[in-house]
Each structure stands twice: as C-alpha cells, then as structure tokens.
Design a protein around this ligand. Structure first.
Ligand code: MN
Length: 251
C-alpha cells in the first residue's frame, strides 16, 4: 500500500502555527492514516461520515471526498454511505453533503480515470495486454505466483462493464478454474444457465470443458483471484464476446 504523505499543514500554517502543522502532517496523516489496522478506504469512509455528522461541507470536506474517491470509494458506495448516514446524522446534513459529493464524482462517476484506486487487497498489477483481445473493456492482471514453478494464480481486475469472452478451460483430466472474489460487484455465467451475481467472499468453481464468462457489473469495478486448477492436457479455448444485448440485460 502506498504511503500517504500530507503537506497541507506546513504549506498553509507552517510559519504561523508550526506545531499544529507538524502534528497535522506528521502525526495525523504521517502515523494515524498510515496505520495499517484500518485501510485508507475505511479511514476515508469514517472521515467523510464524521464530517457529515458535524455538518461540515467546506473545502476540507471536498478534499476528503476527493481523497475517498482516490482511496477506492466508488460513487455507488459514497451514495450508499450518505443514504445510511442521513438517518443518524440528519437529513439536511446528507443533502448538503450530496451537493459536494456529486460535484467531486461528476467528471468520472465510475472512476474510470483512476484504475490505481482499484484492484482490492491483492493489487491491480499491469494492464492485461496479453489477453486484451479476449476481453470487452479494460482489464488488469497481477500474477501472484510464478507459473514456471507452480500453478498459476493471479488477481484479475475489470473496469465497470468489462468482461471476458465466452471461453472454455479444456482438460483431459482434472483442470478447470477457481475464482475467489475480492472486490466490487461482478458476474459469472455458464452457458445455458442464468448469470450469477458475485460479491467479495464469493467462490466460483468452474469445471473443465464448460463454456462460461466472468467480469464486472456495468456500474462497478470488480476483482477476483483466478486459480488454474491442476489437470492434464490443459489449454484455454477463447470464443466470441458476450453480446451487448445479453450483458446489458443484467441488472
Ligand atoms: Mn474462466
């Protein structure tokens, strides 16, 4: 996880209030925000919640909303957060916060411009260039094992709307693929069956020789760890893209 660095204290108050500036930059942001007990995303959600509860919608609130977005809070999650907090902090507080939040998220509501904010606990990795022709939309691959030494395990991240083509994990014995969902909302579908909605913590066991696809929901980033199950005569067969008509029919 990248270290959080803050210089706003010294930039704005370094001469007038050096002690306050040092505590802001070195203790609050230097130590507390970087304490791994809570993730930056969780800390951002707590901070936004607290500022809303206090009725603060000033420039510092706008900064924290932008920081929350950078730390991976999606527009959908921010809307859910404010809807929840409205009941505890007050309806007008949430209304006021929504005015700021919609401004921050307006330019890029699905956060397509900042892939680095996504990838979940196993990390985004690099653009999935080698397999891009088998995907509709952008994806990223973070290899977690060395395929020359052991079974291949990788974290795959899909931008909203991205999914892979229909494909088959061929094997003459054993084989198939296991998906462990780690972040966002997505889909898995086997041919002839309804699509299954996926959330973090879900596991998908894909038998060998079964046509299927997996990918993100249209409004959410999505990450899963993909594990190539051991087998004999294993190969991947890539087929046609999932049609927009079928994909767009999913909620
Ligand atoms: Mn697959």
């Amino acid at each position: 996880m990248a270290k959080i660095v803050q210089t706003a204290g010294r930039d704005q108050l370094g001469e007038f209030a050096p002690m306050f500036a040092a505590v802001n930059d070195d203790v609050l942001f230097g130590e507390v925000w970087n304490d791994g007990t809570l993730s930056p995303k969780t800390r951002s959600m707590l901070t936004v919640t607290t500022l809303v509860a206090k009725g603060l919608c000033d420039s510092s609130f706008e900064h924290h909303v932008a920081f929350a977005k950078k730390n991976g809070v999606t527009g959908r999650e921010m809307a859910a957060l404010l809807t929840h907090v409205a009941f505890y902090a007050g309806w007008p507080n949430a209304w006021a916060a929504f005015r700021v939040v919609t401004g921050v998220y307006a330019d890029d509501p699905l956060d397509l411009g900042d892939p680095e904010a996504h990838g979940g606990v196993f990390g985004l990795g690099e653009p999935n260039d080698a397999f891009a022709r088998y995907f509709s939309g952008r994806s990223w691959l973070n290899p977690l094992t060395d395929p020359d030494e052991t079974q291949f395990v990788a974290n795959v991240t899909f931008e909203p709307g991205c999914r892979n083509n229909w494909h088959v994990h061929r094997a003459t014995r054993g084989g198939g693929q296991i998906l462990l969902v780690t972040d966002g909302r997505g889909w898995y579908q086997e041919e002839g069956k309804p699509a299954r909605e996926l959330h973090p913590g879900d596991t998908v066991t894909i038998p060998a020789n079964v046509r299927h696809w997996h990918g993100a929901a249209k409004d959410s980033w999505f990450s899963h760890v993909a594990f190539e199950a051991p087998g004999e005569g294993c190969s991947n067969e890539w087929c046609e893209p999932v049609s927009d008509e079928d994909y767009d029919a999913l909620p």
